[in-house]
Write a protein that binds this ligand. Structure first.
Ligand code: FB9
Length: 516
C-alpha cells in the first residue's frame, strides 16, 4: 500500500467523519501499521503547510499499554509460583515436605524460590522447626496474581487504565508485565480542510503567464536559506591532490619538473649509470620487473658514455680512480628493459643531458640546476596492507659546484618544513648511487613516534663523471613516496582503500582538500 494511497484513504475517512478520529482507529480500520498512518498525517500537514496551517487540528495523545511478559503468560495459564508451591505442600499432607523437595516442584529454580517466599509471606504455608518439614496453614487459597494477569491479557485500552498504579508497579517489578508508551493522534478537520490539497506552484511558467492562471495560483515561498545544488564536477583523487601540493612546494622552491613519461627504462639508465653493480640483488627478478617484449633496448650511440659507465663498474687495473667493483661489466645485461624501479633513472638521464649542455655552452662555470620528479615506479615486492608492486616516488635533485652534506640537510629542512614536517633527524644509510646517504626521520606528533619520511644522499663522483659532469659539480638528492604521506594525512590504513579496483569512489568525492 503506497503512502499516496494511504493518504487518500485517511483524507476520505476524516472528510466523512463527523467528529475527531484516532490514528489507532484508522490503523485498525485500514489494517495498516499505525506508524504508516502517523506518517501519512505528517505528509498531509507538510503538503498543506505551504498554503495553510489550518488544514487539520491534531492533538497528540499517549497511553500506557499493559502487556504480559513470557513469564506472565505462563502464570496466567498455569497459576502463580506461590500457588503452585502451596498446591505441592497441600499434596504432601499429612506428612509435610522438606524445602529441597518442595522447590523442585517448579523446574525454574529462581521461580521456585520466589513462589516459596511469596507462599510463606502470604501465610499459606509454615515450617515445623523440629521436623524441618513444611505444612499448609490454609485449606485453600485464592490465586489473585493469576486472575489479575489473565484479566490484563484480555483488557481493552480503557480497562487497562483502571489497574491501580501500585499493582502495576508490583507486577512490573516481578517482570510479569511490561508497560509500553503508545503515542497516537486525535485528528479532525481544520477550518481550511479540503479533500484536494492544492499544492503551491514552485515555478512561474510561460503557460501560467500566458493563460493568466498565475493570478489564481498560490506560490511556494522562496527559501533563501536553501543550499544550492552541489555543482556536478570531477574530483581529484587524494593522491593527485597530494601530488599537486608536492609539485607546488617544489615549484615555489625554484625546482623544474623532469620528464618522467616513460615507465619502461633500460637497465643502463635504471641501474648502470647509477653504478648499481650488475650482481646487485635489486637487479634480480625478485625485485625488478623485466620486460619480455621488447626485451632489449636499442644499442646506445654515445660509445664514450658507455665506456665511462663500463669503467665505473670495472674499475681501473692500475690502481687509478675509479676503483670500481672489479667485474666484467656486460653491455648486453645493461640493455635489458625493465619497468623503472625509481625515478632516479630519469635523474640519471637529466644529469647526462645537463653535462652535454654544459659542454656545448663553453661556459667555465657550471649552471646550477634544481630538478624534481613525481611519478610511478615499479618493484616486484611482497604485497601487504601498505605496499603494492608500484608506488609514486617523489624526488628532488640539486646540482651545483661544491655542494655539501650540510646543503643537503638544509634543503631537506626547508622542503619538509613546507609539508609541516619538522624536527628532522638524519641516520647514516647506504644507496649504491649516493655516498654518503641518509635516511630522514621526523617525530610525528599525531602518531607519537619517529617516522621515516625519506632517503637522501650525495651522488657518487663515479656516477657524476661517468655521465660527463665536471669534477667540481656535486649532486645532492632525496626521495620519498606519495602514498605514505597521503595515507597518513587522509587516515587511510589499507592502501587498497586508496588505489586499485576495490576503491570506493565515494572516498574520492568525499575527501577534503588536504592541506599540509
Ligand atoms: O615516503 C616515505 N615516508 C614518508 C614520507 C612522508 C610522510 O609524511 C607524513 C605526513 C607525515 C610520511 C612518511 N618513505 C620513503 C619512508 C618509508 O615509508 C619507507 O618504508 C618506504 N619508502 C619507499 C621505498 O620503499 C621501497 C618510501 C619510498 C622511498 C624510499 C626512498 C626513496 C624514494 C621513495 C629515495 C631516494 C633517493 C635517495 C637518494 C637520491 C635520490 C633518491
Amino acid at each position: 500500500m503506497t503512502e499516496e494511497f494511504i493518504i487518500d484513504q485517511v483524507v476520505g475517512k476524516i472528510n466523512s467523519s463527523v467528529g475527531p478520529v484516532s490514528t489507532l482507529d484508522l490503523a485498525r480500520d485500514f489494517d495498516v501499521d499505525h506508524q504508516k498512518i502517523v506518517g501519512a498525517i505528517k505528509s498531509l500537514v507538510a503538503q498543506a503547510s505551504a498554503t495553510t496551517d489550518k488544514y487539520l487540528n491534531i492533538t497528540p495523545k499517549e497511553y500506557k499499554q499493559l502487556s504480559l511478559t513470557p513469564e506472565g503468560i505462563i502464570i496466567s495459564k498455569d497459576g502463580s509460583h506461590e500457588s503452585r508451591i502451596f498446591k505441592a505442600v497441600l499434596d504432601s499432607r499429612p506428612n509435610g515436605i522438606d524445602q529441597e523437595s518442595l522447590l523442585k516442584c517448579i523446574p525454574d529454580a529462581s521461580m521456585a524460590k520466589i513462589g516459596f517466599s511469596k507462599a510463606m509471606s502470604n501465610q499459606w504455608i509454615q515450617l515445623d522447626k523440629e521436623t524441618r518439614l513444611i505444612h499448609p496453614k490454609k485449606e485453600a487459597i485464592n490465586d489473585e496474581v493469576q486472575q489479575l494477569l489473565a484479566s490484563i491479557a484480555k483488557m481493552s485500552l480503557e480497562d487497562s487504565r483502571k489497574v491501580d498504579s501500585k499493582t502495576v508497579a508490583d507486577l512490573k517489578k516481578r517482570k510479569l508485565i511490561t508497560e509500553t508508551s503508545i503515542k497516537y493522534m486525535i485528528v479532525e478537520k481544520g477550518s481550511e480542510f479540503s479533500v484536494k490539497i492544492e499544492r503551491p506552484e514552485t515555478d512561474m511558467t510561460t503557460a501560467l503567464i500566458q493563460s493568466g492562471e498565475w493570478r489564481a495560483k498560490k506560490f511556494k515561498d522562496y527559501n533563501f536559506d536553501a543550499l544550492g545544488l552541489p555543482p556536478d564536477r570531477g574530483h581529484l583523487h587524494p593522491l593527485m591532490k597530494v601530488r599537486d601540493q608536492f609539485r607546488q612546494i617544489f615549484l615555489e622552491m625554484g625546482f623544474s619538473e623532469m620528464p618522467t613519461n616513460n615507465y619502461v627504462e633500460s637497465s643502463f639508465w635504471n641501474f648502470d649509470t647509477l653504478v648499481v653493480p650488475q650482481a646487485h640483488p635489486a637487479r634480480d627478478s625478485q625485485d625488478t620487473f623485466f620486460l619480455r617484449f621488447p626485451e632489449k633496448a636499442n644499442r646506445l650511440e654515445d660509445r664514450a658514455l658507455v665506456d665511462r659507465v663500463s669503467l665505473a663498474h670495472r674499475g681501473t687495473m692500475d690502481g687509478k680512480w675509479p676503483r670500481g667493483y672489479r667485474y666484467e661489466w656486460s653491455e648486453d645485461e645493461s640493455s635489458r628493459n625493465v619497468l623503472r624501479t625509481h625515478t632516479t633513472a630519469v635523474t640519471a638521464r637529466m644529469l647526462y643531458e645537463l653535462a652535454n649542455r654544459h659542454k656545448l655552452s663553453g661556459d667555465s662555470r657550471f649552471k646550477p640546476a634544481k630538478l624534481f620528479s613525481i611519478d610511478r615506479v615499479f618493484r616486484n615486492e611482497t604485497l601487504d596492507a601498505t605496499h603494492l608492486a608500484e608506488f609514486n616516488q617523489v624526488e628532488g635533485v640539486v646540482l651545483d659546484e661544491d655542494l655539501t652534506l650540510g646543503d643537503l640537510m638544509g634543503i631537506l629542512e626547508a622542503f619538509f618544513e613546507k609539508l609541516g614536517i619538522g624536527r628532522l633527524r638524519f641516520k647514516p644509510a647506504y644507496n649504491p648511487y649516493t655516498e654518503p646517504s641518509m635516511e630522514i626521520f621526523s617525530f610525528h606528533s599525531g602518531l607519537k613516534k619517529w617516522v621515516e619520511v625519506g632517503n637522501s644522499g650525495v651522488f657518487r663522483p663515479e656516477l657524476m663523471q661517468a655521465l660527463g659532469l665536471p669534477e667540481t659539480v656535486t649532486g645532492i638528492a632525496w626521495g620519498l613516496s606519495l602514498e605514505r604521506p597521503t595515507m597518513i594525512k587522509y587516515k587511510i590504513e589499507n592502501i587498497r582503500d586508496m588505489v586499485g579496483h576495490k576503491v570506493n569512489l565515494e572516498m574520492v568525492h568525499e575527501n577534503p582538500l588536504c592541506l599540509f
